[in-house]
Write a protein that binds this ligand. Structure first.
Ligand SMILES: NC(=O)c1ccc[n+]([C@@H]2O[C@H](COP(=O)([O-])OP(=O)(O)OC[C@H]3O[C@@H](n4cnc5c(N)ncnc54)[C@H](O)[C@@H]3O)[C@@H](O)[C@H]2O)c1
Ligand SMILES: O=C(O)C(=O)C[C@@H](O)[C@H](O)[C@H](O)COP(=O)(O)O
Ligand SMILES: [Zn+2]
Length: 369
C-alpha cells in the first residue's frame, strides 16, 4: 500500500460499492482501474475541454496500461453545455465506435463533466459503468461522490437525471494548481456547506485555516478534501437516493439554484450556493434557531473565501418563482434546509412565501419592511 494514497471505500446497502482514491498524482490510476476488470474493454474518456487539454494525455497513458482501446472525447466547458444535446452527441460517438455494455466511460473534469458523463453512462444501453476523475475542488469534495448524475433542462438545474454509482472515483489534488481562483472559491462553497450541516468544528477549522487554504498549502488542502469526502460519503451511504438525510446536502441550494438559473449561469455553482447559504442562514436566524452572531459568522466566513452573500439585478418575485420551480417541492410545500445550529441541519416544510421573500430580499440587499 502506498502511504501517500488514501482509500475511502463507499458502501451502498451495507455492501462495498466503490473506492474513492485520494492521491496527489495519477501514478496509481491504471492499477486502480485494473481492479475493475476492464482488460480488453473500451474506455472512453469524456473530458471537459480544459481538463482534457491539461490532463487528457496523462490519464490516457495510465489507462492504456490496462486496456488497448482508450479514446478521448472532448465536450465544451461550461454549465450551458450540461444539456441533453451534449449527451446526445456523446451517445452518437459511442454508437459510432461500437461501445457495448461492458465498456466504460471515464469522466475527466469538474462537476459538469461528471454529472453529464454519469448520466450518459446511466442511460446508454440501459446503463454502463463509469469512473470519476474529478479535476475541480468542487467535484473532488462533492459532485464525484454519491452517484447523483444529470443535466439541466431549459436552464432548470439537474431536471433530468438518474442515480448511477461510479465504479471508482480517483482524485488527484495536484490538478488543483491549474484551477482558476474563482473555481477554487466555488468549491469552498460546498466545503463550508459540509461543515455547516454536519460538523461545526470542521467549519471553525476551515475559518481558522483560511489563509493556508487560500494559499493552496497541500498539507492543509489534503486533510480538508479528505474530511469533506468523508462527510459526503457518510450522508450518501445512509441515504443513497435522497429519501431523507441526503436532502441536507441541498442546504443553500434551493435559492442558490434559482439564482444560478436567473443569472444565466454567469455565476459559478459554489457562488450561488454561498448566496443560498446566506439566505438559509438568515431564515434559520429568523426562525429563532441560530443567533445573529452565528449568522454574521457564517456570512463573514463565506466572504473570507471570496464568496458572495448578496446579489443584484434580480427581483424578489422572480427569485421566489424560480425557487418554487426547483425540485424541492413536495405535495405543494417547499422542502427547505435550515440550521438548528452550526454543524446541524434539518428539513423544514412549513416556510411561507412571505418568509422566503424576506430572506430573498435580504440577499438582494433590499430594505426589509
Ligand atoms: N452530482 C452532484 O452531487 C453535484 C454536487 C455538486 C455540484 N454538482 C454540479 O457540478 C457542477 C459544477 O461543477 P464545477 O464547479 O466543477 O464546474 P465545472 O465542471 O463547470 O468546472 C469549472 C471550470 O473549471 C475548468 N477546469 C476543470 N478542471 C480544471 C483544472 N484542473 N484546471 C483548470 N481548469 C479546470 C473547467 O473547464 C470549467 O471551466 C454544477 O453543474 C453542479 O450542479 C453536482
Ligand atoms: O449529492 C447531493 O445529494 C447534493 O445535493 C449535492 C449538491 O451539492 C449538488 O449540487 C446536487 O447536484 C444538487 O442536487 P439537486 O437534486 O438538488 O439538483
Ligand atoms: Zn451543489
Amino acid at each position: 500500500m502506498d502511504e501517500n494514497m488514501r482509500v475511502l471505500p463507499v458502501r451502498k446497502d451495507g455492501k462495498f460499492c466503490y473506492n474513492i482514491i485520494l492521491k496527489a498524482d495519477f501514478t496509481k490510476l491504471g492499477e486502480q482501474v485494473k481492479t475493475l476488470g476492464v482488460e480488453g474493454r473500451k474506455l472512453c474518456i469524456v473530458a471537459d475541454a480544459k481538463a482534457g487539454e491539461l490532463y487528457g494525455e496523462a490519464v490516457r497513458a495510465e489507462l492504456l496500461k490496462v486496456t488497448d482501446t482508450v479514446e478521448l472525447y472532448t465536450i465544451p466547458s461550461g454549465e450551458e453545455y450540461k444539456t441533453l444535446d451534449t449527451v446526445r452527441q456523446v451517445y452518437a460517438y459511442l454508437i459510432e465506435k461500437h461501445y457495448d455494455r461492458k465498456d466504460m466511460l471515464v469522466a475527466l473534469g469538474g462537476g459538469v463533466t461528471g454529472d453529464l458523463t454519469g448520466f450518459t453512462a446511466a442511460t446508454y444501453l440501459r446503463g454502463i459503468g463509469f469512473i470519476q476523475i474529478p479535476t475541480t475542488l468542487l467535484s473532488q469534495v462533492d459532485s464525484s461522490i454519491g452517484g447523483k448524475t444529470g443535466v439541466d433542462f431549459d436552464s432548470y438545474k439537474n431536471m433530468v437525471g438518474a442515480f448511477h454509482m461510479p465504479r471508482l472515483v480517483y482524485m488527484n489534488p495536484a490538478v488543483l494548481t491549474t484551477l482558476p481562483e474563482r473555481q477554487f472559491a466555488s468549491g469552498m462553497g460546498e466545503i463550508l456547506k459540509h461543515g455547516l450541516i454536519k460538523n461545526g468544528e470542521y467549519f471553525q477549522w476551515l475559518l481558522e485555516n483560511q489563509r493556508a487554504i487560500r494559499s493552496h498549502e497541500m498539507d492543509v488542502l489534503l486533510p480538508m478534501i479528505e474530511e469533506s469526502c468523508k462527510i459526503k460519503r457518510a450522508v450518501v451511504e445512509q441515504d443513497p437516493t435522497e429519501q431523507g438525510e441526503r436532502a441536507l446536502l441541498n442546504f443553500g441550494h434551493t435559492i442558490g439554484h434559482a439564482v444560478e438559473k436567473l443569472k444565466n449561469f454567469s455565476m459559478s455553482h459554489g457562488e450561488c450556493v454561498a448566496i443560498g447559504t446566506a439566505a438559509a442562514s438568515y431564515l434559520s436566524w429568523k426562525q429563532g434557531l441560530i443567533s445573529e452572531k452565528d449568522l454574521v459568522y457564517i456570512c463573514e466566513g463565506l466572504k473570507e473565501f471570496g464568496l458572495p452573500v448578496r446579489t443584484d439585478g434580480l427581483s424578489a418575485g422572480e427569485v421566489l418563482k424560480a425557487t418554487k420551480s426547483d425540485k424541492k417541492m413536495d405535495a405543494g410545500s417547499i422542502k427547505f434546509v435550515l440550521l438548528r445550529h452550526i454543524g446541524d441541519a434539518f428539513v423544514e416544510r412549513t416556510l411561507t412565501d412571505e418568509e422566503l421573500l424576506e430572506a430573498i430580499r435580504w440577499i438582494l440587499g433590499e430594505a426589509i419592511v
